[in-house]
Design a protein around this ligand. Sequence first.
Ligand SMILES: Nc1ncnc2c1ncn2[C@@H]1O[C@H](COP(=O)(O)OP(=O)(O)OP(=O)(O)O)[C@@H](O)[C@H]1O
Ligand SMILES: [Mg+2]
Length: 443
Amino acid sequence: MDIPWVEKYRPTRLGDLIGNSQAIEEMRNWAKKWEQGIREKPLILVGKPGCGKSSAALALAREMGWGVIELNASDVRNESQIKRIALMGAINETFTDDGEYISTKHGGRKLIIFDEADNLYEGKDDRGGKKAIVETIKVAKQPIILIGNDYYGILSGTWGKKLKSMCKVIKFRALTPAQMTAVLARICKAEGIKCDKKVLHIIAKKASGDLRAAINDLQALAQGKKVLTMDDLEAVGGRDSRDEIYKAILVTLKSTHYEHAHEILKNVDETPDYLMLWLEENMPYEYKKHEDLVKAYEYLSRADVFLGRVYRRQQYSLWRSAVDLMAAVSIAKEKKYSNRRPYVFPSWLKQMSISKSKRDIRDSLGAKIGKIYHASSKRILEDVLPDFRVIYDNNMDLRALYTHILHLSSNEIAYLTDKKPEHVLKEAEKIKNKIEKGEGGSS
Ligand SMILES: Nc1ncnc2c1ncn2[C@@H]1O[C@H](COP(=O)(O)OP(=O)(O)OP(=O)(O)O)[C@@H](O)[C@H]1O
Ligand SMILES: [Mg+2]
């Protein structure tokens, strides 16, 4: 895999950013005032994920020739840490990137960026992240930018209100599909990929304003190709049961109660392999302690063993065991985290790539059987498919009848039994003829 295109094509100059031109202009004017010796209020950039906030802050520093001190969510966000790192650059004059002191007169400015500022702790004992930022701002001699997704996450609470009065908020809008399509087209051109505009538009729409997600999807789809068509896109399909999964992942990652996580995970009408992708994708955002993360991955990898068996032996009962283990991710952490960053969807292309053909067969089979059973697809797969396997292995008449009335394909038959599909189809043909002659179905 190449380097991620989101990094490869991250705009390095403000002029390269698409959309939000007014916000960017305000940032530029703000920076110019600093250059004129006016100590402007710190900025707070808020907006949905992937619309260019971090890129804008970094590009601004670059354009102004300023150095950068950047703190993001992976740094420990307690009071003493913030003070130590930020005050160093804020009160004192300037440091080079390797920590050497230079006075502002010689060294220019440093932009202090608190990225993902909505994850800041409000107060109490050692966790006064917002308080520390307020104190930093009071004494800062350097420009500061706070960035976050959640306006209220940053500005709520006692210290949040203080922040609000001390800073200037600049809102970033989510990008429109048209804006995103333009960026995607530019990337395709740079990569030498011929691509149908419609494909790009669909990718853009799916990403709902998150250009990072759109670029990731494009890269996954374009892997190893020089031409992208609607067929390529259709081959991966799409699905949406996001809200329900989101809630289940939220509970699992936030709660420290196994039962809570278990209850909600086992009731999601979605197969465990998806849930697993979601957990995998988002655990690192939540579990900041290395030991917690390692433990959580251990549970997932054990769950994965069960999933492997489910697919190899088609023992859907093992799904439950896999879900039991996934729920244990909740108790992998010692105590709750207060991350407020929204979780990310695993790229829908990634979601679709899970043993694609097998899933297709399983899903189409589930849908056909679902029509006569009126049950959720998950229930069909867990409870009804195993019965079908028994029938298909042992009862010729019923097997033939079902094959006929459900119009099963060879692949679908092969999914249910080791019997040769051609034989089963012949049996079905015979039943069909009998029914048409009015001789009745199974004996
Ligand atoms: N306005 C934009 N113009 C061009 N590229 C963009 C823009 N916004 C985002 N991108 C692309 O998406 C990637 C992610 O953008 P960025 O990190 O700036 O988003 P963000 O708003 O900070 O998101 P988050 O809130 O998730 O941190 C960039 O590396 C770039 O490739
Ligand atoms: Mg960012």
